[in-house]
Design a protein around this ligand. Structure first.
Ligand code: ZN
Length: 60
């Protein structure tokens, strides 16, 4: 990813997961930082492959 301010290449500072209770959905979160001008960007991409796992209710 390139910096929107100075167009320099941004460095990945951290990758982790975040959870949105109102969806509910889990997001793959990545934090970018531009070393040149100290701009930070956070992106959160939904992890579709796990969103419906283990939610099926047993029939009674
Ligand atoms: Zn920059």
């Amino acid at each position: 990813m390139n910096c929107p301010i100075c167009n320099d290449i941004m460095k990945i500072v951290r990758k982790d997961a975040s959870y949105n209770r109102s969806k509910p959905a889990t997001y793959d979160r990545t934090l970018f930082r531009c070393i040149d001008c100290d701009t930070w960007i956070k992106i959160e991409v939904p992890m579709k492959q796990i969103q419906t796992a283990k939610i099926v209710q047993p029939a009674s």
